[in-house]
Design a protein around this ligand. Structure first.
Ligand code: NDP
Length: 341
């Protein structure tokens, strides 16, 4: 089966870390891919350079790669779309300014996806504010008249919190000196912002509850709780800023890697494992219906994502999730006031 994948912001730094792995089979293995790269008109020349390098890799799995500044052309018959392109947050810009700039982008891209992509397209929003951009794009996609009479369901639009999930996994693995693959059930809840809730209360390390293992490593349950509260949660939530200050540039390779993890797991299933994805809420765990919030999810073999149900959240997690979800609701209200939804 040949897959058609659209990537926006394709001349940017995250895309530069992502496209070569995608073309080489990081998501679809040996299945051939067609890449449709979208950029703003002033960056299309730079994209030509990316196309040249993709050709020079001579990947057996890359059937074709094309560049355009026309969203309908980029999204035509797309099986998946990675929406990375977004106006950057510049100095002095507040959240409303960012939402105003990117609301326009995601309104246009959502509408074009609604008209042109396959009805069962998988959309992964990376550009910030990712959750609310996904909500805006889903809204406009689902209101389009399509030639085939179908309608893209808003659940086909997701936002990336897998990077936060992977950061949490990496940090816990380092703390307890265990391999990453021995850890399961880490979760991220809420918004992809510094209000996010990295959660390892239900995590297992080699099948043992993570709080018990941490208690041994930290020298007692109280120390373990303090590490989670004072180091783990704030460091995961603020890792992006730490990377900018250390590297002088924002994280690109890890963001790209997480986006590929998200798309691969959503496409082929997680075999029961929990991953974090920001998906449209149906009212689960008190998150208002329609918000795009991060939850622990599993993906069935046929590619249907499901929010893990029946988790018993303590007061601390409830309060933290409530605060992050309140931020999402405020972003949605700002988007509505700006006429984006
Ligand atoms: P990046 O490729 O570094 O980032 C792109 C977007 O991803 C930003 O919104 C960024 O948010 C977000 N992002 C999400 N997670 C992360 C993370 N962990 N680390 C870093 N960024 C993250 O930006 P570039 O400026 O290099 O490239 C963006 C490209 O998008 C440009 O080539 C530009 O021309 C294009 N673009 C396309 C548009 C379109 O197609 N209509 C519209 C606007 C831009 P944050 O800013 O918060 O870091």
């Amino acid at each position: 089966m040949t897959r058609t994948i659209a990537v926006t912001g394709a001349a940017g730094s995250i895309a530069y870390s992502l496209l070569f792995r995608l073309a080489a089979g990081a998501v679809y293995g040996a299945e051939p891919v067609r890449l449709r790269l979208l950029e703003v008109p002033q960056a299309v020349d730079r994209l030509e350079g990316v196309l040249m390098e993709l050709a020079d890799c001579a990947y057996p799995t890359l059937l074709e790669a094309t560049a355009t500044d026309d969203p309908d052309e980029a999204f035509a018959e797309a099986d998946a779309a990675l929406l990375i392109g977004a106006a950057p947050r510049t100095q002095g810009m507040d959240r409303a300014d960012l939402l105003r700039a990117n609301g326009e982008v995601f309104r246009a891209h959502g509408a074009a996806l609604g008209r042109s992509a396959k009805a069962d397209v998988r959309v992964v929003v990376v550009g910030n504010p990712a959750n609310t951009n996904a909500l805006i794009a889903a809204h406009h996609a689902s209101h389009q008249q399509r030639a085939d009479g179908q309608r893209i369901d808003p659940s086909r639009f997701t936002a990336l919190t897998r990077l936060d999930h992977n950061r949490a996994l990496g940090m816990l693995a380092q703390k307890v000196q265990a391999p990453v693959e021995s850890i399961e059930r880490v979760a991220i809840w809420g918004n992809h912002s510094n209000t996010q809730v990295p959660d390892l209360a239900d995590a297992l390390i080699d099948g043992r509850p993570a709080p018990a293992v941490l208690s041994e490593v930290c020298g007692g349950a109280a120390n373990a709780r303090a590490w989670v509260r004072d180091e783990f949660i704030p460091q995961v939530a603020n890792r992006g800023a730490a990377i900018i200050s250390a590297r002088g540039a924002s994280s690109a390779a890890s963001a790209a890697s997480a986006a590929l993890d998200h798309l691969r797991d959503w496409t082929f299933g997680t075999n029961g494992a929990r991953v974090s994805m920001a998906v449209r809420s149906g009212g689960e765990y008190g998150v208002p219906e329609g918000l795009v919030s991060s939850f622990p999810c599993t993906v069935d073999a046929d590619g249907a994502h499901r929010i893990v149900d029946g988790l018993d959240l303590d007061d601390d997690r409830r309060a933290r999730i409530g605060a992050s979800v309140a931020e999402l609701a405020a972003e949605r209200d700002e988007a509505a006031a700006l006429g984006f939804v």
